[in-house]
Design a protein around this ligand. Sequence first.
Ligand SMILES: CC(C)(COP(=O)(O)OP(=O)(O)OC[C@H]1O[C@@H](n2cnc3c(N)ncnc32)[C@H](O)[C@@H]1OP(=O)(O)O)[C@@H](O)C(=O)NCCC(=O)NCCS
Length: 415
Amino acid sequence: MTEPAALLERLGEPDTLAAVEVEWSESLAADLPVDFLAAPVVREHAEWVGLGEDLTGALLDTAGRVREHADLRRLAQHAHWLLFHRDDYNRWQEWPQLEPALGEQRGLFFLLLCLAGLPRLRERNAQRGIPELVTRATARDFGIASGRYRRIHGRPGLEHWILNWFRLVTSGDLHRLGRVQYVQRPFRGRIVVFRHRHTHETLALAENGAWFTADGFLDRRGPEAPAEGSWEARLEEGPHEVVGVPVVARGVALREERRLSRADWRPVLRRDDTVLEIHIPEGDPYTVEGWGDSFAQAAEFFPKHFPDRPFRAFACYSWLLGPDLIEILGPEERLTAPLREFYLFPIPSGGRDGLYFVFGRSDIEPATAPRDTRLRRGILERFDRGLPYRGGGMLFLLEDLPRFGAACYQTLLAQ
Ligand SMILES: CC(C)(COP(=O)(O)OP(=O)(O)OC[C@H]1O[C@@H](n2cnc3c(N)ncnc32)[C@H](O)[C@@H]1OP(=O)(O)O)[C@@H](O)C(=O)NCCC(=O)NCCS
């Protein structure tokens, strides 16, 4: 039996071997110190991100247990290696959940690991001259995610599958500026966005070869097994004109042809162009003004601290951004009002988007899941009727920042 197999056997989770044994000998050879388990370090990390006395006490207790337990200590060292020294490892979903070894403290093992990334976040941001206020705002995610974990599971900690998210949070590439967080990334929307040279109208055309359902949402099964009524979009980008099917700003594709003369229309965004990709932390008030203020901060922050990586637009892909949400809540709710400022577009969806954020788990049973808020009721009623709940994508062009607040995409002609 190999060393990781024996260790997992002793921890009572032998089935997790395939995910754990990856790079085992490399992390053994590196033999990095596990000082993120040392009491003063744990205390400093917890204080810096503001986790509070109770949680800090629980972390210290768990860190002590892990330090004293040869198998858990070695597992923590190995996880630390995979998390912070291997950017491409992503099998946390299959990791031991440590219930046999740590019981109610199991989630704290993963919180300790994520906190181990805090020094690199602080160092990298300091090297770029990023104000500590921004680093602290970014690090609020520890408190947000552990608060959600406690709410959902009734004990302190973090889920094992969230480790990759904290790799990003502590990478120095993600920054919270006001209401939302940003990371520079290639645009993932399956659209090409054009702008009229004189009227400033914005129009997205579907990417060539994208498949859409009859109601204009992306059909991620096409072309292998398209749903009934699905169709394929064609986009021809000729020297004088572009012919394609529009994806309109309310977030759906229309099965009709549009011809755009290149003399009038210029392309402004397509797949792989650099955008500021947005993540929406839970918690603070969610308002149109909050979005606008955050965009304004980002428009200053990124050119100043990342001058070598210009971006063209803001983009986000989320359960909070699809037409299905508007259908459930109506357009004037807190959650939906910001959508009128964005150009929405469909994203691949399995039809059960965001359930973790709405119900605290992804594997809900519609018959028994709680119906205590309008959102929960609305999503479950869709499932009752055999309808999906789909998130969506949004974009907002940087050049439109002065017009934020004027719903410049949702009206036919921009101001
Ligand atoms: C954004 C957020 C702060 C907005 O919450 P809010 O201010 O309560 O929003 P609204 O008032 O417009 O909500 C409308 C209705 O939906 C409900 N609702 C909103 N967000 C909900 C959620 N996450 N889970 C369950 N119900 C929710 C509200 O309770 C309200 O229903 P009610 O009138 O019956 O009480 C909140 O949804 C949140 O924190 N979400 C998590 C962020 C997230 O998921 N990020 C990851 C994105 S990929």
